[in-house]
Write a protein that binds this ligand. Structure first.
Ligand code: ZN
Length: 309
């Protein structure tokens, strides 16, 4: 690379701009994770090496490999001890939340309210329940986070009351009765103590209490289950094979996408990633031969199908 960055030649700069138009955000060849998210949209994160998904969606094997790479980086001094500890704590937190889904009575917590614990116990009615009616650790942990959110970070008394009166009984009954002391903290069950220790390292401590949380948006509700969308291919059309694109064609394609961006961008937002090329090709065929009925019908089909989504 020339000193101070930049391009070797005007030609290289042109090639780069053409390739960028194809691969940048929103372009047909953009590489994104593509997993469906809670908001009902596709995940836009960049896939990690060796998989099609991002770190969040690539699954346990990729996550383990990522941790190993991170551990190597930590041993080599490339990341700080604080950074490593933070990542480990996050993993421990995720782990215990995952185990709680199966057994809400597993001991552990991910938040320590510190000086606010007594006030929390009193207002949540936990103190009144006593030892005869223990609260599952998973529910208690969830309730502490709600307390932090609705009473410490901000004062939302109405919402907090609703949580205690309506949501808490629902969660308690969903958790079921306490098991016979074989998973309670006092018993030494194999596997119970590491969970506890890991969760302790992961817990949020109330000590240096910031007056307000950095969170500005409320929890996003889960999107409704995805409806089956009509395929762009049309009835009985064979799946088009992925083919190699020559460099000239790439440049032509990029120029085309750029020239018709006003038409294409809103359609790209409605389609799946693998459908983008189909849209571009349909429009290209139509533009090249607007009088032909076949290309016009194909383009209208693509356009109407996407608009109906
Ligand atoms: Zn993702």
């Amino acid at each position: 690379m020339p000193r101070g960055g930049g391009f070797y030649s005007e030609e290289q700069k042109r090639h780069f701009a053409a390739a960028r138009a194809l691969h940048q955000q929103g372009a047909p060849l953009e590489r994104t994770c593509g997993a469906w998210t809670r908001s009902g949209r596709l995940c836009r994160n960049i896939p990690i090496d060796g998989t099609k998904r991002c770190l969040r969606h690539a699954g346990p094997h990729a996550a383990r490999a990522y941790r190993e790479r991170q551990h190597d980086a930590f041993k080599a001094g490339k990341i700080s001890a604080a950074e490593w500890a933070k990542a480990e704590a996050k993993r421990a937190r995720n782990r215990i939340h995952d185990r709680w889904k199966r057994n809400p009575w597993l001991p552990g917590s991910t938040i320590d309210l510190g000086e606010h614990e007594a006030a929390f116990q009193a207002t949540a009615g936990v103190a009144r329940r006593g030892s005869s009616e223990p609260v599952p650790p998973a529910v208690l942990d969830w309730l502490r986070w709600r307390y932090r959110r609705l009473q410490l970070d901000r004062r939302r008394d109405a919402e907090w009351l609703r949580t205690v009166r309506e949501e808490l009984p629902r969660r308690l009954s969903a958790a079921g009765p306490a098991p016979h002391c074989d998973v309670l903290p006092s018993a030494t069950v194999e596997g119970a103590s590491p969970v506890d220790a890991a969760a302790k390292a992961a817990s949020w401590v109330a000590e240096p209490l910031a007056p307000f949380s950095k969170r500005s948006r409320p929890d996003r509700p889960r999107a409704a289950a995805k409806e089956r969308v009509r395929s762009l291919r049309g009835r009985g059309r064979p799946r088009s094979r992925v083919r190699e694109i020559s460099e000239d064609e790439q440049t032509a394609l990029a120029t085309f996408v750029y020239n018709y961006r006003d038409t294409l961008t809103p359609l790209f937002e409605r389609c799946r990633l693998d459908e983008r090329m189909q849209i571009v090709e349909a429009l290209r065929a139509f533009v090249a031969n607007p009088g032909d009925r076949g290309t016009r019908d194909r383009w209208m089909h693509v356009f109407m199908t996407l608009n109906a989504r």
